[in-house]
Design a binder for this molecule. Structure first.
Ligand code: GDP
Ligand code: MG
Length: 205
């Protein structure tokens, strides 16, 4: 088999505050969950390797995802957006099954998927699937938003781990398709520069 193709790729998580962005990253990267609300200050990038095997032609892709987390407070979005999304090759849009407005707000985030003149691959996620008795919308409603954007969609739980790996892998697969179609590995994902910052302070609420 040919040598694996390696690529370092920046992806961003987008969505309102407290939908579970930080928890999804922690579940995916470290396989842990805790109930504290971690208020992410500024942005933070976490590294995770993802291996994707493709058949026809048979090829392995070793992706190093640089997963960027952001605080979701509306007031900061507009200021942080351009910096946060600079160089991003993919995004995970997250809403919360227990709060309807977080689904409605995904529309606002979709505009940000146009990075440097082109639409980047994305995956849509409705999180907190474990809180079954508190759900206020159905997967079909997320499907409407995701399909309009030609993107895969999942219900996930950062708490139980349900579909978390699957959602990130779906994003990884779409990133590869994008790489193949655009015949480029793109520029290496940028690490946060000190000025833009890894001011990665987490506070327990
Ligand atoms: P962020 O602001 O989007 O980064 O959200 P956090 O990851 O900090 O999560 C906000 C709150 O929701 C925290 O109290 C988490 O423990 C909780 N939470 C996150 N994901 C889940 C989940 O899948 N199920 C449940 N029950 N709680 C979750
Ligand atoms: Mg957070």
């Amino acid at each position: 088999m040919d040598k694996p193709i390696t690529a370092k790729i920046k992806v961003c998580l987008l969505g309102d505050g407290a939908v579970g962005k930080t928890s999804l990253i922690r579940r995916f990267v470290d396989d842990i969950f805790n109930d504290d609300y971690l208020l992410t200050i500024g942005t933070k990038a976490t590294k995770k390797k993802l291996i994707i095997k493709k058949t026809n032609p048979k090829r392995e892709y070793h992706l190093t995802l640089m997963i960027w987390d952001i605080m979701g407070q509306n007031s900061f979005r507009k200021i942080l957006h351009p910096i946060y999304l600079k160089g991003a090759k993919g995004a995970m849009l997250v809403c919360d099954l227990t709060r309807r407005e977080t689904l409605d707000h995904l529309i606002d985030w979709i505009d940000s998927l146009n990075v440097e003149g082109r639409s980047i691959p994305s995956v849509f996620v409705a999180n907190k699937s474990d809180l079954t008795d508190q759900h206020v919308f159905e997967l079909a409603e997320l499907e409407k938003v995701a399909s309009a954007n030609d993107s895969p969609f999942y219900t996930t739980s950062a708490k139980t781990g349900e579909n978390v790996e699957r959602a990130f892998s779906a994003l990884g697969k779409n990133l590869i398709e994008d790489i193949i179609i655009n015949k480029s590995l793109g520029s290496p994902a940028e690490r946060p520069k000190s000025s833009e910052s890894a001011i990665a302070s987490n506070y327990n609420y």
